[in-house]
Ligand binder design. Structure first.
Ligand code: SF4
Length: 301
């Protein structure tokens, strides 16, 4: 069994050297830079993250510089990445790192999980990609691979257990995990996996060996993302429009409905705007909404 894993690790490593993606954060082992990349990558495509990551680190190269900046500066810099609450969480995480970890992103799983906006994947990603510790990361791509490899839907515990069990010998976790992310992103894709285009784990793939018979075991498996609900007309779209407007200027309460794209639904606009305030992305004062310049928050209207 060990030998089988070792053979697989070798094949995966060779594939990674030849076909792995060249991503700028892979040149870094700075835990802050890795944390920023992983938070950005949580819900945004790699191609959109690359430039923003470079820009963000030029402005906020350390947890100290991020924590010292007003929250508005982080939200402004998050433009184009979407899911703006991540900016609020990252700013809060930087503050925790400064206040409780002497300004150094910790390597302990429990300490990382205690940072705002950091879940199981992100915590392990920082441990593996910054500190080169022996952990296995499970994001949506890896979860899809694991379900297909085992030929059945997995619970979250089973998926993490399978990922841990597949880790090769000590010292290879950085490359192994990066390779798994790349196999998932480029070969073992959601629709029509490219098994015949050099997948290095084809031999151990139960679904492939069974002829890729439907249903795909990844469908409904834990941590495998399903189709997102419609964006057009959603509250999420209205929230995004409001935060984007706030990056340019303060917004009067009377303008909310127009700014958020629901000119005839002032009630909805007010409710969603108040949620934006509750989430720490805006403050209100004298019937005006604006980006929060401090960590304090006024009550929603
Ligand atoms: S053989 Fe196909 S289904 Fe199996 S892991 Fe590789 S790409 Fe995915």
């Amino acid at each position: 069994m060990i030998e089988e894993f070792d053979n697989r690790a070798e094949a995966v490593h060779e594939w990674f050297l030849a076909s792995g993606r060249d991503l700028p954060w892979r040149q870094s082992r700075d835990p802050w830079a890795i944390l920023v990349a992983e938070v950005m990558l949580q819900q945004t495509q790699v191609s959109r993250v690359i430039e923003k990551w470079v820009e963000f680190l030029a402005l906020f190269p350390t947890p100290q510089t991020c924590a010292a900046a007003p929250r508005s500066a982080i939200i402004e810099q998050w433009s184009g990445l979407g899911f703006n609450r991540r900016a609020v969480n990252l700013h809060a995480a930087a503050t925790v790192v400064v206040d409780f970890h002497q300004g150094v992103v910790p390597s302990g799983l429990a300490e990382l999980l205690a940072l705002p906006g950091v879940g199981q994947y992100t915590a392990r990603a920082v441990r593996v990609f910054a500190f080169e510790l022996e952990d296995a990361v499970v994001d949506t791509n890896v979860a899809r691979i694991l379900a297909r490899q085992l030929g059945r839907k997995l619970s979250q515990t089973e998926a993490q257990g399978a990922a841990d069990a597949a880790l090769p010998a000590a010292g290879q976790s950085w490359a192994w995990n990066q390779a798994m992310l790349d196999v998932g992103a480029t070969l073992c894709v959601a629709k029509s996996p490219r098994c015949e285009q050099g997948c290095p784990i084809q031999q151990s793939c139960a679904w492939y060996q069974n002829g890729l018979i439907e249903p795909d075991p990844a469908l409904g498996s834990a941590s495998v993302s399903s189709k997102q609900s419609r964006f057009a007309g959603s509250d999420r779209q209205g929230r995004g429009k409001l935060v984007e407007a706030l990056r340019q200027r303060p917004v009067q309460a009377s303008e909310l409905a127009a700014v958020m794209g629901w000119p005839d639904d002032h009630e909805r606009a007010k409710n969603v705007a108040n949620q934006v305030v509750t989430d720490g992305l805006a403050i209100t004062a004298n019937n005006v909404y604006l980006l929060p310049t401090t960590n304090s928050q006024t009550e929603p209207l």
